[in-house]
Unconditional design. Structure first.
Length: 188
């Protein structure tokens, strides 16, 4: 990975795909722990990433291993955003496993460190993952989100995703209920 280039707003994040990440031995070795810190910190602060409580290190390591294996096999894509060799964001999609749905994939997570919000990292990660899905001949890229995640939903809409369903009051967290929203990007 080349160092971040300084710009008007200081160093800029560098986006790596799975192959670039694993080609750097230092980043590859530290990636599971860095991903754990990122996700656990976000979930601990209430981010709607699918966990009620922060995930433990072993769970995140297993998840990242599964995503990296899928990416190597052409059944997924991983993007990691680094700022001066510090992980500040990640995102991935996984191809559906059923033979009748092999041309469909789920954009499962896009997560950006709180201190990097508002810098376009989530948008950059999502754009790269959409490009990866197109290249992999995915026909429909879907995602699920909590309806109160309005900034993320607005970003997805601006990138061409559209809502195709909603489960009212489906997600229960901390005594509150939220709609679960389904979005899709159809490449057909």
């Amino acid at each position: 990975m080349t160092p971040s280039s300084p710009g008007a707003a200081g160093p800029q994040p560098v986006l790596l795909d799975a192959a670039q990440l694993t080609a750097d031995p230092e980043l590859a070795a530290g990636f599971p722990e860095a991903a754990h810190r990122l996700l656990a910190d976000l979930v601990g602060a209430g981010a709607p990433l699918g966990w009620v409580d922060p995930p433990d290190a072993a769970e995140v390591a297993e998840l990242m291993d599964r995503v990296l294996r899928a990416a190597r096999a052409g059944d997924g894509a991983l993007r990691a955003a680094y700022l001066q060799r510090r992980l500040i964001g990640l995102g991935y999609w996984l191809r559906h496993s059923l033979p009748t749905n092999r041309q469909h994939a789920d954009l499962d997570k896009v997560a950006v460190a709180a201190h990097a919000h508002g810098r376009g990292v989530g948008r950059s990660l999502t754009r790269a993952l959409v490009a990866d899905a197109r290249e992999a001949k995915i026909e429909v890229l879907t995602l699920e989100a909590r309806a109160d995640n309005t900034r993320a939903l607005a970003m997805y809409r601006s990138l061409g995703f559209c809502e195709y369903g909603r489960l009212p009051r489906f997600i229960a967290m901390g005594g509150r209920r939220y709609d679960k929203v389904f979005y899709m990007l159809d490449f057909r």
